[in-house]
Design a protein around this ligand. Sequence first.
Ligand code: AVI
Length: 320
Amino acid sequence: MAKHPNVAVALPSRISREVLAGLRKTPKELSPVWFYDETGSNLFERICELPEYYLTRTELGIMREHAAEIAADIGPRAAIIEFGSGSSLKTRLLLDQLEDPCAYVPVDISREQLLDAAGTLARDYPALRIVPICADFTRPFEIPQPVLSASRRVIYFPGSTLGNFEMQSARELLVAMRTLAQGGLILVGIDLKKDPKLLERAYDDAAGVTAQFNLNALRHVNRELHANFDIKAFQHQAVWKEELSRIEMHLVSRHHQSVEIAGEHVDFARGEHLRTECCHKYTVESFSELARSANLQVARVWTDANALFGVVLLQNGQTQ
Ligand code: AVI
């Protein structure tokens, strides 16, 4: 507490404290939320088009090929609630095939992108009720009235973003989706386990876009938290961890250095790793197991010819 009313003591904010806590762990961690400022979102869009990053185009291919079957399994008058909707591109493929959908509820934390995408969709689907919700889908949020009249709620979570959650958090998110679906369905995109070389290339592309994306997290922290990370002093690395079945994105300190964040110092040894993201890769069996632990069961799986990616329909585990 300041002794004089005109002397302010700068205390680290909750966000700085969270970042500092991660940087004081062994090994050091930084949340992937720091990737996504405007530059990071643009870099992510470029990643999705890279030749090495097969995920986006493979999932789109699966949706193009199987949307009619998926829509038939969902049935008429469904309300589609999409988590982390972004540009809603894959959703269009689904909406085009659904019979008389009752509502589309995109949920995204980025208000501008959410409203832009909802506006464009509203023009293209004039008969569809579109109810955007600006919220962090990892926390409870309210579903508005029109959706309540839907015959079936379907939670749509494409893009393999579920894989970015640690196992326990992924399970909790699946439980939250099951609760929100109220006996309805969950349609989720998952990246499948494959040759680690392919995975490492997907997360460390030749053009260096993923490296820029990873390093941009430090720029973002510098700007928001008055930190002084020297971007050139870190190197991007994509590491496959077989025992955890995941790719990890790391930033490796090129030399010994001390970084200031919100008035506090954090030391990095030469070669020390900072983990910025985990991207879990599943087999159909390991994902079914995860779903079962959230009291859900796999109703159907669609994959591409090379079994790179899966689109999985989940139903309540208690229904059978
Ligand atoms: C957002 N998420 C699904 C991406 C992934 O593949 O795990 C994030 C990403 N990180 C590096 N490249 C892409």
